[in-house]
Design a protein around this ligand. Structure first.
Ligand code: MN
Length: 246
């Protein structure tokens, strides 16, 4: 199978997984960088992720311009993806969602930090981006490159960002990694909230985070991001491709 077809198949699977795991609902989206052209990325036309089929995948340049003849309307917030691919050459996939778990941490000043080993890809502390700071009163949607680039600056070299009053965005060096981090961002938010209601939570140390992420980066087929991918594919009713590249 051609690289592009295979990637589109994974991107469609990722849409279904994120919907099935409750990370996206009617809204939210996942993209992947084009496998043959670093200057482009792939993202569905504007429909609910659960409904995405291969024919819905559109192609964009890194300023968010639509470049193919796929009919339909692009997502308004494609600039989140465009800006992150433009500023972070190593990133291969981006997930934007309004998953509920992390949202309170974007509102209160309470930092979202990893509390369990499976959540180390979040990094030591998840930053918060507030559209109000640079743009004043908006409808909170990232609807142009200027907002996308401001958000990307706040992400820095991290993997996750909370967007005040809106949702969150995560990046990964593969579709599987981005899906993993999006799911575990939500898991961590839930566990941190529960732990905090009992008392003072202990967070992973910087050294623990580093060791866990090193282990994940050395995963083989059937381990790490691949293992979770196979599990989530099965749960979403998708026939996965075990053992393929990370
Ligand atoms: Mn949004």
């Amino acid at each position: 199978m051609a690289k592009l077809d295979s990637l589109i198949e994974d991107l469609v699977a990722a849409n279904r997984i994120l919907a099935n795991e409750g990370i996206v609902d009617a809204f939210g989206h996942i993209s992947a960088r084009h496998p043959d052209d670093d200057g482009r990325f792939l993202l569905s036309r504007a429909i609910s992720p659960e409904l995405v089929e291969p024919g819905d995948i559109m192609e964009f340049t890194l300023d968010g311009a639509h470049t193919d003849s796929v009919p339909g309307k692009p997502y308004l917030e494609r600039f989140i993806h465009a800006a992150l691919y433009q500023t972070r050459p190593e990133i291969q996939s981006v997930v934007h969602s309004h998953s509920r778990g992390p949202i309170p941490f974007g509102l209160t000043g309470e930092k979202l930090r990893p509390v369990v080993h499976s959540c180390a890809t979040l990094g030591a502390e998840v930053p918060v981006w507030d559209a109000q700071t640079s743009f004043g009163d908006t409808d909170l949607l990232v609807s142009n490159m200027s907002m996308g680039l401001d958000l990307a600056r706040a992400v820095g070299d991290g993997n996750c960002i909370l967007m005040r009053g809106h949702g969150s965005t995560v990046v990964g060096k593969s579709i599987r990694e981005a899906v993993y981090t999006a799911v575990y961002l939500d898991v961590n938010a839930d566990l941190q909230m529960k732990a905090s209601s009992l008392g003072k939570a202990t967070f992973l140390s910087a050294g623990e985070i580093e060791k866990i992420n090193l282990r994940l980066s050395q995963s083989r087929p059937g381990e790490g991001f691949n293992r979770s991918w196979e599990y989530w594919c099965r749960r979403a009713g998708i026939h996965s491709k075990p053992g393929e590249s990370l």
